[in-house]
Design a protein around this ligand. Structure first.
Ligand code: GDP
Ligand code: MG
Length: 274
């Protein structure tokens, strides 16, 4: 649990695989938003001033073969900047999105830790919504399904929507129960929940989100579902190959088996403070 005084810092983890084309404008958008510290949010949204004072953006370069790492290092925000959002870089071998996110989440130093896709498919002004939810939840899961039932995923190509529906049917029956949008790449965690879950995470493919939700439910964490804005951005890094389908099915199948011995946490009021 993060009552406001405890949440003094926020880390934003951006996994990036060959993102030379999309990362630069995405970082411009993110830093542009964060610099408006006294700015107000769009209609009804808490603004950037509602975020913790210290902010770190951690780009995880997932073994890119393009200029992803170079362009991060070349930015003026890279390194230590007193009082301003700090940009840093973690380079890992290319294993998969799940492995990249895990490395970033475990390296991040914030009291609250969010991961987001490097294409800013979810605009930065949605970050305060996750932060707000973490005031009384351990996890805040961005969801592209709006309260009125409309689905932001409709901006995806048709084949992705079909694959997504098949995946969701299997994932909900086998592992995650009623969580409707497991694959949204925009999720927030309190530091203790992040440590606990990412240290247990074993799935390195795109199925890692399902594993995290499975683990979080099993541990008894308080999960907020947070409707957020999202729009499909061109230049997806996902390649739909037959090999990927087999990998996805195998990873989904083994989640409950890998974690069959994971037990529940103590109720919130009985937990030692982190
Ligand atoms: N698909 C994929 N994405 C990766 C990988 N490693 C890191 N990523 C990052 O994970 C995010 C996935 O977003 P994207 O490719 O736009 O996926 P989509 O929006 O679901 O089509 C981006 O920030 C990628 O750079 C990887 O091995 N595969
Ligand atoms: Mg995308």
């Amino acid at each position: 649990m993060t009552d406001d005084p405890a949440a003094r810092s926020l880390s934003i983890v951006l996994p990036a695989f060959n993102e030379a084309a999309r990362l630069e404008p995405a970082l411009d958008e993110l830093f542009g938003y964060l610099r408006r510290r006294d700015g107000r949010g769009r209609a009804g949204l808490p603004g950037p001033a509602s975020l913790p004072a210290a902010i770190e953006i951690l780009v995880v370069d997932d073994g890119s073969t393009d200029r992803t790492a170079e362009l991060v290092r070349a930015r003026s925000e890279f390194g230590v900047h007193e009082g301003a959002p700090l940009l840093s870089l973690l380079s890992v071998a290319h294993v998969g999105k799940g492995a990249a996110v895990r490395a970033g989440m475990l390296a991040a130093t914030g009291d609250l830790i969010v991961f987001a896709d490097a294409d800013m498919a979810t605009p930065p002004d949605q970050i305060p919504l996750l932060v707000q939810a973490l005031a009384n939840h351990d996890l805040a899961l961005g969801s592209r399904i709006q309260p009125d039932g409309s689905d932001m995923r409709r901006s995806q190509p048709g084949y992705r929507r079909v694959l997504g529906r098949i995946f969701h049917g299997l994932a909900s029956a086998w592992a995650v129960g009623p969580v409707e949008d497991t694959q949204c790449g925009f999720k927030g965690f309190t530091r203790p929940a992040s440590r606990d879950l990412f240290a247990r995470q074993e799935i390195t493919s795109i199925v890692f989100d399902v594993e995290l939700i499975y683990l979080a439910r099993r541990r008894g964490y308080r999960i907020a579902i947070v409707p957020i804005q999202w729009s499909d951005r061109r230049g997806s890094r996902m390649r739909t190959r037959p090999g990927l389908a087999i990998r996805v099915l195998w990873d989904l199948f083994r989640i409950p088996l890998i974690h069959r011995r994971v037990g529940r946490l103590a109720p919130v009021d009985e937990r030692p403070s982190p």
